[in-house]
Design a protein around this ligand. Structure first.
Ligand SMILES: NC(=O)c1ccc[n+]([C@@H]2O[C@H](COP(=O)([O-])OP(=O)(O)OC[C@H]3O[C@@H](n4cnc5c(N)ncnc54)[C@H](O)[C@@H]3O)[C@@H](O)[C@H]2O)c1
Ligand SMILES: O=P(O)(O)OC[C@H](O)CO
Length: 340
């Protein structure tokens, strides 16, 4: 863990910009350097202290300094926070690796699973940057960016195999409206954040078909059961799944119209094709691509994930949205506590 104090965030979308605001509000005496790909976004942040495409109406702290120059942003940064779409992470890391400070701690804000490898983002970071587990931290929880940007009170989980590193990151991002809890169950925290996006697609589809709250509560509850099965199979802990990064995030994402995954599901349920949904989405809905990777991983491990399987079939055009509900309910009868 570095004694240095420079803080860097890579990715100036909705969560990267919001997390930069958390750090800047929590550490008003420090600068938070925010890397963005697009010069016009960076210029607006520096000139107007706003990022209106992602966070309309939000004033950003003046100690956020944006730049398109990743080398200068990474130079000497003790904490490096990553917030780009999951499927774009690996190629980005290859370009960033040479500029990373030797003792930097890297934080993943991403909630996706890599297609093709089924790797979690912490695993992609470990491989792509050649870092040991104790220098990789995961942040996850019921964290809809826009609510946090409006300074509405929110709790989150900061996970690292080395608890002291998790504590250090938590101490840096504790703000009046943002309360982090630490955890050493990196696997459970990541799996909770990944799978809730797929379950939110399912809930959105049900909503788009004008199904009511019984249906949504049933999908959320059974969604948590299948998320927990996958997490346990990978070595995660059931306590984590009952906490903020499991149940908490699942409820927030499946209930909120702010959720991009929930919204994408609703559009699918209303009869739009996947191409039409993708064309309408201006922000990242990770579940659309990660769903397939979650299904592949579950299959490899022999874990039953019927809701994920049905969502993946809808996304692949193999199951009509009207068949999603019946497909889930027509399964073999079993007791609630059974493992599948
Ligand atoms: N927005 C939220 O409320 C929220 C909360 C928690 C976690 N997350 C997770 O954070 C991650 C980032 O999400 P976001 O909401 O900031 O997404 P976003 O769509 O708002 O922003 C993505 C950012 O990445 C950039 N980007 C897009 N493609 C890229 C590429 N190929 N290479 C490099 N940069 C690229 C975009 O320009 C943009 O700045 C996702 O994994 C998401 O699940 C989001
Ligand atoms: O907008 P979503 O669906 O990516 O969800 C955002 C956050 O992950 C909620 O915790």
């Amino acid at each position: 863990m570095s004694g240095g104090s420079k803080l860097a965030v890579l990715g100036a979308g909705s969560w990267g910009t919001t997390f930069a605001k958390i750090l800047a509000d929590a550490q008003p005496e420090l600068s938070v350097e925010l890397w963005g790909r697009r010069a016009e976004v960076v210029a607006q942040i520096n000139r107007d202290h706003r990022n209106p495409n992602y966070l309309p109406g939000i004033d950003l702290p003046h100690n956020i300094l944006a730049s398109t120059d990743v080398e200068s942003v990474l130079s000497g940064a003790a904490l490096v926070v990553l917030a780009v779409p999951a499927q774009s992470l690996r190629p980005q890391l290859a370009a960033w690796r040479e500029h990373l400070a030797p003792d930097a701690v890297v934080v993943s804000l991403m909630k996706g699973l890599e297609l093709g490898t089924d790797a979690r983002m912490s695993e992609v970071i470990a491989e792509g940057l050649g870092l040991p587990a104790e220098r990789i931290v995961v942040v996850s929880g019921p964290n809809l960016a826009m609510e946090i940007a409006r300074c509405e009170p929110t709790a989150s989980v900061i996970a690292c195999t080395d608890e002291s590193v998790a504590h250090w990151v938590a101490s840096l991002c504790t703000a009046s409206y943002f309360r982090p809890y630490t955890n050493t169950d990196v696997v459970g925290v990541e799996i909770g954040g990944i799978v809730k996006n797929v379950i939110a697609l399912a809930v959105g589809i049900c909503e788009g078909r004008e199904m009511g709250d019984n249906t949504k509560a049933s999908v959320i509850t059974r969604g948590l059961a299948e998320t927990t099965r996958l997490a346990l199979a990978l070595g995660g802990e059931s306590d984590t799944m009952a906490g903020l990064a499991g149940l908490g995030d699942l409820v927030a994402t499946c209930s909120s119209p702010l959720s991009r995954n929930h919204s994408a599901g609703r559009l699918l349920g209303q009869g739009l094709s996947l191409d039409e949904v993708n064309a309408r989405m201006t922000q990242t809905a990770e579940g659309i691509k990660s769903g397939r990777a979650v299904y592949d991983l579950a299959k490899k491990l022999g874990v039953e994930m019927p809701i994920t399987e049905a969502v993946v079939a809808v996304l692949a055009g193999k199951l009509d949205v009207d068949e999603l509900g019946p497909r889930l309910l027509s399964r073999e009868l079993k007791s609630e506590g059974e493992s599948a």
